[in-house]
Design a protein around this ligand. Structure first.
Ligand code: SAM
Length: 346
């Protein structure tokens, strides 16, 4: 068999791909570049969140260096997230520098997840950095519901951001968390709107991440139920289409558009997990739903050589768990993990 080991410039270490104990290759890295956000979605954050002091954050150069190590070790898809990634100062510099990995072919896709509030300003620059597809999180088209759900957000800003993104040639996918009693009756309208604009819609089940005021059980809406209700009005044809994430897609015959379902609660998809998550402080989480983590900031700062950080990454991947174990019920008031989605990066 041919030896596929390659050696990176200037590094004596073989750049073997990262494979976890369950033979899953780690090809997808999500990077939360800030824990701050300009919205406070009620299912995501508590109202009085305490944010990290700026000195704890990795610099943009350090984030670039860490991402580049992962890319050298086989990561092909990089998603920038947060918090809200577009509120991090000078964030376009990071997109600009990471785009060299697209040019070289080392990276297949550089993308981001955003709430869209700052997109109108940044859409063209994102496209110029080689970004082709973005995810915009939007749970409702009602200005009043949007304001309540985000605690103060302005829906028009997000809609203007989506317009700008499409004008800049970016493919937009809408992600909506399905919430009992909040947007459950609006899902068909959200879907028809998204499909009418040529955008996929992906629905997500709410996960028990971090302490929030409302009880999760009051928010949780199983997508099995949503799908069953949609089937009464629409014809859903199962698709093989995958975007490298956990969504399972159908084609809606009546609209012609694609609808995705992310079901961490009702159908666990961990067996095909190819991803790890890096926070803005350089903490690597091997699973969204587990507490175990590895500090990459110390080895990164300890040496100009990437050797120590690569070793820390290898040790972390060797501990990647088989999967998460989320439960939402009345008896269990504690979240599955203490950290909010805004810390780990959605
Ligand atoms: N600010 C960006 C955004 O709004 O897309 C990126 C970060 S946000 C944490 C990423 C995604 O996580 C959003 O789609 C949000 O709706 C989702 N999210 C946050 N908390 C969640 C939870 N507890 N369960 C499921 N999805 C959640």
């Amino acid at each position: 068999m041919a030896d596929t080991t390659v050696f990176d410039r200037g590094e004596a270490r073989p750049t073997l791909p990262l494979v976890d104990p369950f033979a899953r290759a780690i090809t997808y890295l999500r990077v939360s570049v800030t824990d701050r956000c300009d919205l406070r979605c009620v299912y995501c954050m508590a109202e009085d969140m305490h944010f990290l002091p700026k000195r704890d954050l990795l610099t943009l150069e350090e984030l670039d260096r860490l991402c580049s190590v992962f890319i050298r070790r086989g990561v092909r898809k990089l998603r920038i997230t947060g918090g809200e990634p577009l509120v991090r100062r000078d964030i376009m510099r990071l997109f600009g520098s990471l785009s060299r990995h697209l040019d070289s072919g080392a990276l297949e896709e550089l993308t981001l997840t955003t709430n869209g509030t700052q997109l109108a300003r940044h859409a063209r620059d994102l496209a110029a950095c080689g970004i082709r597809r973005i995810n915009v999180s939007l749970d409702t088209l009602s200005p009043a519901t949007f304001r309540t759900l985000t605690r103060w957000g302005d829906l028009d800003k997000v809609l203007a951001g989506i317009d700008a993104a499409q004008e800049a040639g970016l493919a937009v996918k809408i992600n909506a968390v399905a919430l009992k009693g909040v947007n459950e009756n609006e899902i068909p309208a959200l879907m028809e709107w998204a499909h009418g604009r040529g955008m996929d819609l992906t629905l997500i089940e709410v996960m028990p991440l971090g302490e929030i005021e409302p009880a999760r059980v009051d928010q949780f809406l199983p997508l099995s139920l949503v799908k069953a209700r949609l089937t009464e009005r629409y014809t859903l044809d199962e698709l093989d289409y995958r975007t490298g994430g956990p969504a399972r897609y159908v084609r809606v015959r009546e609209t012609g558009g694609r609808l995705g379902f992310i079901t961490p609660m009702t159908h666990n998809f961990c067996e095909s997990c190819n991803r790890v998550r890096l926070t803005c402080t350089g903490t690597l989480y091997m699973c969204l739903g587990q507490e175990d983590a590895a500090d990459l900031r110390a080895p990164l700062r300890a040496s100009m050589s990437d050797g120590p950080v690569e070793e820390a990454i290898e040790r972390a991947i060797a501990r990647k768990p088989r999967g998460h174990d989320f439960v939402i019920d009345r008896r269990r008031r504690q979240p599955a993990v203490g950290r909010h989605m805004s810390v780990t990066g959605g």
